[in-house]
Write a new protein. Structure first.
Lengths: 291, 347
């Protein structure tokens, strides 16, 4: 997993768009070193002081950036994301939602071949409060520096739970959105392995939702890998109807596949604590730490 | 495929029966799974049975959807049923081919099915033959199966299907291989590349309208309209309502960065839901400014005839938003659980 450090140069793809320019300002305010941006045909402009280049290759050559925050519309995402991965970007944070499944599978192959970490798509990005690095659109006040990790399939729910954690004294070393699309660049299981390697992280909070089997896989992974730090999970959608897409393309129950009950049961069997409300998350983490 | 005629009414079905070889199979045409188990597929050999069976099937509700039509299809007498699909495995992050030499409808419980990852750029004859050879089929059946797999994979790749399934894939008494039913799900996110498909908006009046306005919306059966920003937050709000003993009338996700106009449109939409008698708003403002939300609520209130609103509005510019809503009819609560308790108790 490649994560940037304090002061590392970062580029913003489609920096001249409405969201790209707005969030460039907010990421700079947080302390992130947004060194450049890209927008085809807009070379020579600047956004919030950051120079705009036509291509990622030029932006990387001029700034040495290895991380990109990606705001390119879904229709153009495949080409633009491939370009980034082939130009030396090692952390690609895809905010864009509804990227076609087959495009995402191709990007996964390109990412693997080039040793890159892809966060998202359809996510609020990642934030490292202790490093003052924010690659994404999350509201900064919800997050505080600390010794916990937070991984979420949902954006606003991640802010909500981060706020609850922060106000209970459980700050975050890393918080990120896994993504709401059916195929994501990274999985919670991979991030849990990463948490295992970090001596400065004491526990992980996982925010899941109905649909797919990511949480069941995570449960199997916890058992198999013998992950020993506390894991607290919250799964949204216990009262969701079946066969209906609940906001995210990935949040749908087919028959008994993807239900909250199945996920909660699997995680509990693996030794994770499962909160019934977002507010309960910090309490369960404190309980786990006290044991 | 067997000879068939699409019928939109009982009368059409009777006419179709008259012009096809008997027996026929009547199949509900519906955008939902599990139609066989719901009684949506039945074999009929006598003309006298067509009226009652066709009427019954057209009146079914399968997964909440009414069949739009009925396929009247010549029955294909067969010795066994195979299964074949190309499907996205989200956990594996790959497309898989799933095949079975037996099983048909209940493939999920069949032992000895073959599952293999598919390369993204397509498969060749050798790949298809290999899968067929693992199903212990006789030579002629294996050959036909391999051809069908090649075609299905091409279809799934070119049309960007999340699922392309033939179930059952029947083997006749003379060895002929015949697809008897198929289902495809196109990747919604890839529709921009496929002008040959158009998005089917939901049949439900409100779901259709919300879909056209670009809201993530699901019409539910309870009496509390639930509106929020972010899919996960709204799902979580449904759970809080359910745990408190309440029943949601809808799920409405405004999406990230919702502006004043969208919030207004959403509130006007849920205010018209006939089964809702009160509205619960749960906003965690990050990108969405809570002052925009407050302005939208005030604008909708000024229309008059607004159902009671219970709201929790936290986040960016929260103090200002609360001040703006002072003196209005909106009941404001500092946390989501408090707002939920109040709206549920108001029944």
């Amino acid at each position: 997993m490649n994560l940037p450090k304090d002061g590392d140069p970062v580029i913003v793809q489609n920096i001249t768009g409405r969201y790209g320019s707005l969030h460039t300002r907010l990421m700079l305010d947080y302390g992130t070193n947004i060194a450049a941006g890209t927008a085809p045909g807009k070379a020579g402009q600047t956004v919030e002081g950051a120079p705009v280049f036509n291509t990622v290759a030029e932006a990387v050559a001029k700034t040495g950036a290895k991380a990109s925050v990606f705001f390119v519309p879904a229709e153009y995402s495949l080409g633009a994301a491939k370009e980034a991965l082939l130009s030396g970007i090692k952390t690609l944070v895809i905010i864009t939602e509804h990227i076609p499944i087959r495009d995402m599978l191709q990007l996964l192959e390109t990412g693997r071949a080039n040793g890159a970490t892809i966060v998202g798509p359809n996510c609020p990005g990642l934030i490292l409060p202790s490093e003052r690095v924010k690659l994404g659109i999350m509201p900064a006040p919800s997050f505080t520096p600390g010794r916990f990790a937070l991984f979420s399939r949902s954006g606003t729910l991640m802010y909500e739970i981060a706020s609850q954690m922060s106000s209970s004294g459980l700050g975050q070393a890393v918080a990120l959105g896994i993504g709401g699309d059916p195929v994501t660049g990274t999985t919670t299981s991979e991030w849990l392995d990463y948490v295992g390697t970090r001596g400065d992280i004491d526990g992980a909070v996982v925010v899941g939702e109905i649909g797919g089997d990511a949480e069941e896989r995570l449960a199997r992974h916890i058992k198999k890998s013998g992950f020993s730090k506390p894991v607290v999970a919250y799964i949204a959608g216990r009262f969701a109807p079946k066969e209906k897409k609940m906001g995210h393309a990935g949040a749908i129950i087919y028959g008994n596949y993807g239900t909250a009950e199945s996920k909660i049961q699997a995680l509990r069997e693996a030794g994770a604590r499962v909160a019934m409300t977002p507010m309960e998350v910090p309490l369960l983490m404190k309980e786990a730490l006290a044991r | 495929m067997p000879k068939s005629i699409l019928a939109r009414s009982v009368k059409d079905a009777e006419a179709a029966f008259g012009s096809l070889a008997h027996p026929v199979v009547l199949k509900a045409q519906v955008l939902a799974g599990g139609r066989g188990k719901a009684g949506g597929v039945v074999e009929v050999s006598e003309a006298s049975k067509v009226e009652t069976e066709a009427g019954r099937i057209l009146g079914l509700s399968i997964g909440g959807e009414r069949p739009s039509a009925l396929l009247v299809e010549e029955a294909f007498p067969h010795a066994k049923e195979m299964y074949l699909s190309i499907t996205l495995d989200r956990g594996e992050r790959a497309f898989l081919v799933v095949a079975s030499g037996s099983g048909g409808v209940d493939v999920e419980s069949v032992a000895g099915k073959v599952m293999r990852r598919l390369p993204l750029d397509g498969i060749d004859q050798a790949f298809a033959d290999k899968i067929a050879s693992e199903l212990s089929l006789d030579q002629a059946t294996a050959k036909a199966f391999g051809q069908i797999l090649l075609s299905l994979e091409k279809l799934a790749r070119e049309k960007e299907c999340e699922l392309a399934e033939i179930n059952p894939l029947a083997v006749g008494f003379d060895g002929q291989v015949m697809p008897l039913d198929a289902k495809i799900i196109i990747d919604d996110s890839a529709l921009f590349r496929h002008p040959e498909f158009s998005k089917i908006h939901p049949e439900d009046t409100f779901e259709g309208e919300a879909s056209r306005q670009g809201f993530a919306f699901v019409h539910l059966e309870g009496d509390i309209a639930v509106v929020g920003n972010g899919a996960g937050l709204v799902l979580s709000t449904l759970d809080l309502v359910g745990d408190a003993g309440g029943h949601a009338a809808c799920f409405l996700d405004l999406g990230g960065g919702a502006q004043k106009e969208r919030m207004e449109a959403a509130l006007r939409l849920v205010n018209r839901l006939p089964n809702a008698d009160r509205i619960l708003i749960n906003i965690f403002g990050g990108i969405t400014r809570t002052t925009d939300v407050a302005e939208a609520i005030k604008a909708v209130l000024s229309d008059g005839n607004v159902k009671p609103i219970y709201a929790r509005v936290s986040g960016a510019e929260e103090a200002e938003a609360r001040r703006m809503l002072e003196g209005t009819k909106v009941r404001l609560y500092p946390t989501a659980p408090e707002a939920v308790r109040a709206v549920v108790a108001a029944k």
